[in-house]
Design a protein around this ligand. Structure first.
Ligand SMILES: Nc1ncnc2c1ncn2[C@@H]1O[C@H](COP(=O)(O)OP(=O)(O)OP(=O)(O)O)[C@@H](O)[C@H]1O
Length: 364
């Protein structure tokens, strides 16, 4: 089947500022891609190149099997690309129904009416067709913006921080509704977000961008659990790094043996807070000694920061019932069964499973 979207070697600079650098991407029909990266890494520029709001310096963009930029140029309104931006950008002087009808102007009136009804139904807003945008809540406006983008049956929908103007409680709900609609219609979508949880929750794949390139493109599990680099590891969630060195059995860090790999002498271990276990000292309890230095209550979980004998710190999520006061002496280990990523320099080796039993210090 033809890819819904292909980007081949696209480059775009603004004067001397490179925004997108020789980027390749292909998306099968129906995929939702979450695009995330630090401010200024080129996310919006990439969307604008796909939408036709910018011209690439080189490379090609293909939407629904048709080359729209590169060797040929197709203007934005003819690209079969739907846009949903942060500010919902509904026309304030048009009723909801007419806002949606706007992109259907070239269709017969009866077809317009039917399609407006259909997409309003899809987002469960048939009852607001005659209202003006200011008579809707933020969440409703967002759903109308989605309905408007979907109405002309685009090959790809581009969403730039579509939920960021909604407050947190509404956001999760509107996000889930939006994903339901995209899935129900088999729509291919690129969603730009600043929110790592959102990227992991929404994307079939997540693209982590940095300085105009996609540094890692993979499933949410891949980018979170097998980051390719220090940058991805620290950008996609909290991560601590502990030096590791070669011992007889493999690579060991201050918390014990982490892998039997022997292909590097010096490395760092990537540890996420849910991979770090804390126990109070007692008979049969093993681990590296540490002292609690910081405690943050997050509701369901409590984030503990502990200082190891070396002076390095690691963080650990504990269930909400566990709150060790600052100054508590604890024993720290890697949660049993966890195989942390191993960094050599800036890149990840990809740790292989330990084949020998973990040392006591590595037991959870
Ligand atoms: N119209 C423009 N003129 C000049 N430079 C621009 C223009 N638009 C973007 N840039 C620059 O291009 C780079 C990429 O910007 P872009 O807006 O694509 O990043 P972004 O990842 O979307 O950032 P943010 O998350 O802050 O929205 C940045 O260095 C930015 O300053």
């Amino acid at each position: 089947m033809t890819d819904a979207l292909r980007i081949d070697g696209v480059t775009k600079s603004y004067g001397d500022t490179p925004a997108v650098c020789d980027l390749d991407l292909s998306m099968p029909q129906g995929e939702i891609l979450a695009l995330i990266g630090p401010s200024g890494c080129g996310k919006s520029t990439l969307l604008r190149l796909i939408a036709g709001l910018e011209r690439p310096d080189s490379g090609a963009v293909t939407v629904g099997g048709r080359v729209v930029a590169g060797p040929s140029w197709v203007p934005p309104e003819q690209r079969r690309v739907g846009l949903v931006f942060q500010e919902h950008a509904l026309f304030p002087h048009l009723r909801v129904g007419d806002n949606i009808r706007f992109g259907l102007a070239d269709r017969p009136r009866a077809e317009q009416d039917a399609r407006v009804r259909e997409v309003l139904d899809l987002v469960h807003l048939s009852h607001v067709a005659d209202r003006y945008p200011h008579e809707l809540s933020g969440g409703e406006q967002q759903r109308v913006a989605l309905a408007r983008a979907l109405a002309p049956r685009p090959a790809v929908v581009l969403m730039d921080e579509p939920f960021s103007s909604l407050d947190e409680s509404l956001r999760a709900r509107v996000r889930a509704d939006t994903v339901d609609v995209l899935r129900a219609t088999g729509t291919t979508a690129v969603l730009v977000t600043h929110d790592q949880t959102e990227a992991l929750a929404v994307g079939d794949r997540v693209g982590v961008m940095r300085e105009g390139v996609i540094e890692q493109l993979g499933t949410p599990v891949e980018v979170f659990e097998r980051p390719v680099s220090r940058f991805v590891a620290s950008f996609m969630g909290d991560a601590d790094f502990l030096p590791a060195s070669l011992v007889e059995e493999g690579l060991a860090c201050e918390l014990g043996l982490v892998t039997v790999r022997r292909d590097t002498a010096q490395a760092e271990i990537v540890l996420r807070p849910h991979e770090v276990s804390l126990k109070l000292p007692g008979p049969g309890v093993h681990g590296a000694p540490a002292v609690v230095t910081h405690v943050e209550y997050h509701g369901a979980f409590v984030l503990h920061t502990v200082r190891l004998a070396s002076g390095r710190t690691v963080r650990s999520w504990q269930p909400h019932s566990v709150r060790y006061p600052v100054g508590t002496e604890v024993l720290v280990s890697i949660v049993l069964g966890i195989i942390p990523s191993v960094l050599v320099g800036e890149r990840t080796l990809g740790a292989s499973p330990a084949t020998s039993p973990p040392t006591p210090a590595a037991a959870g």
